[in-house]
Design a protein around this ligand. Structure first.
Ligand code: FA5
Length: 349
């Protein structure tokens, strides 16, 4: 038995030294230490050994078993360490290198204008409100003094759902929602997307952005309206711009005005943006019509107010000299990269 144990140990040592991977180690384990392995075979032979030699033979087998196990474990560990070292070597990265340019995003020009105006108006005590894109006829038209069959509906045709809802055509919807939500005195602004069934050209699109403003208090007059419009234009353009205020018809204000800017794309000479007239309409505004105040649950005998609705896209076009509104809406990154980064820095508050 002693001889057998010695031979087995040597054979195992040779096989262990030659083993080149963990799979071979596993095979060795099965072959020598497994249930039907070489050591189990020797254990079976114990039966036939004379009783006086049994204890020594048993101890010899056990010692050998431990020695084989220790050998396997050591080699397994060595393989794991070598594998880790190889992986560390292959996957090594230089953490001191500058990160790859991930092209950080920037604010869209319309968002820049919106944020700037929200900052300005909140500083002047206005509260920011929001409203749904999908509206009822009540909020989009009726409560704004535009009943069914009123010709003003033709100027703002939109996309209707079969259940009578529609895509809002103007942020003026929030005038009504605001009056329902807040009691006077109130100062609100609300911005977002509006939708119209409209043919696109250099200054019109079927989805664009507006910011609405409304102030209701006792003794509000056109003088207040003009003050806030001037303040807004100074904030955006940061330079003298030529504007004109003309009478304009909106059923929800009386009197109503349209504020136009001398086109900054062509310097007032006439181009596709201003339709060759040299002036571009930026906003509609006026004194809130008494029946609109009533729709919002406010007593027109006691309170008066002004409201305005500005095209944010057109403001952005004038501010950044963008000669086609569709550039703002087509998601083209090349165009965006051209100017939003410096603008973003300039506008960050
Ligand atoms: C309105 O939408 C009124 N709700 C504005 C208003 C509010 C008047 C409160 C009185 C009191 P208008 O349809 O003119 O009005 O649109 C307002 C502004 O949105 C325009 O001056 C223009 O800057 C912009 N705008 C209008 N139509 C388009 C369009 N199709 N594409 C891009 N901008 C547009």
């Amino acid at each position: 038995m002693k001889e057998q144990l010695k031979r087995l140990k040597q054979e195992f040592q040779t096989a262990l030294e030659q083993a080149g991977d963990s799979k071979t180690l596993e095979e060795l384990k099965v072959a020598y230490l497994g249930k039907k392995g070489r050591l189990s075979g020797l254990m079976a032979e114990l039966k036939s050994i004379p009783p006086q030699d049994k204890a020594a033979a048993g101890k010899g087998i056990n010692d050998l078993k431990q020695s084989l196990q220790a050998g396997l474990e050591a080699k397994t560990k060595a393989f794991a360490q070598a594998e880790q070292a190889r992986a560390l070597d292959a996957e090594w990265i230089d953490v001191t290198l500058n990160p790859a340019d991930r092209g950080l995003g920037a604010f869209h020009p319309v968002s820049l204008i919106q944020r700037r105006l929200e900052g300005l108006f909140t500083a002047m005590g206005f509260q920011i409100l929001d409203g749904p894109h999908i509206e009822t006829e009540h909020y989009n038209f009726e409560a704004l003094n535009i009943p069914a069959h009123h010709p003003a509906r033709d100027m703002q045709d939109t996309f209707y759902f079969t259940d009578g809802h529609l895509l809002r055509t103007q942020t003026s919807t929030i005038q009504i929602r605001g009056m329902e939500y807040l009691k006077p005195p109130l100062r609100i602004i609300a911005s977002g997307k509006v939708f119209r069934c409209e043919r696109a050209d250099a200054s019109h699109d079927s989805c664009f952005h507006q910011i609405e403003g409304m102030m209701v208090d006792e003794d509000i007059s056109v003088a207040h309206l003009i003050y806030f419009m001037k303040t807004m234009l100074t904030e955006i353009f940061e330079k003298e711009v030529k504007v004109r205020l003309r009478p304009g018809y909106f059923p929800f204000v009386e009197p109503g005005f349209e504020l136009e800017i001398s086109c900054l794309i062509c310097d007032g000479k006439g181009c596709s943006v201003c339709k060759r007239v040299g002036w571009l309409e930026l906003l509609g505004c006026g004194m809130v019509h008494p029946s609109v105040l009533r729709s919002g649950g406010i007593d027109p005998q006691r309170y008066s107010g002004f409201a305005f609705g500005v095209g944010l896209d057109r403001l952005a076009m004038m501010k950044y000299a963008i000669s086609d509104i569709r550039e703002l809406h087509n998601g083209g990154l090349g165009f965006m990269r051209d100017f939003t980064l410096p603008a973003d820095l300039a506008f960050r508050r």
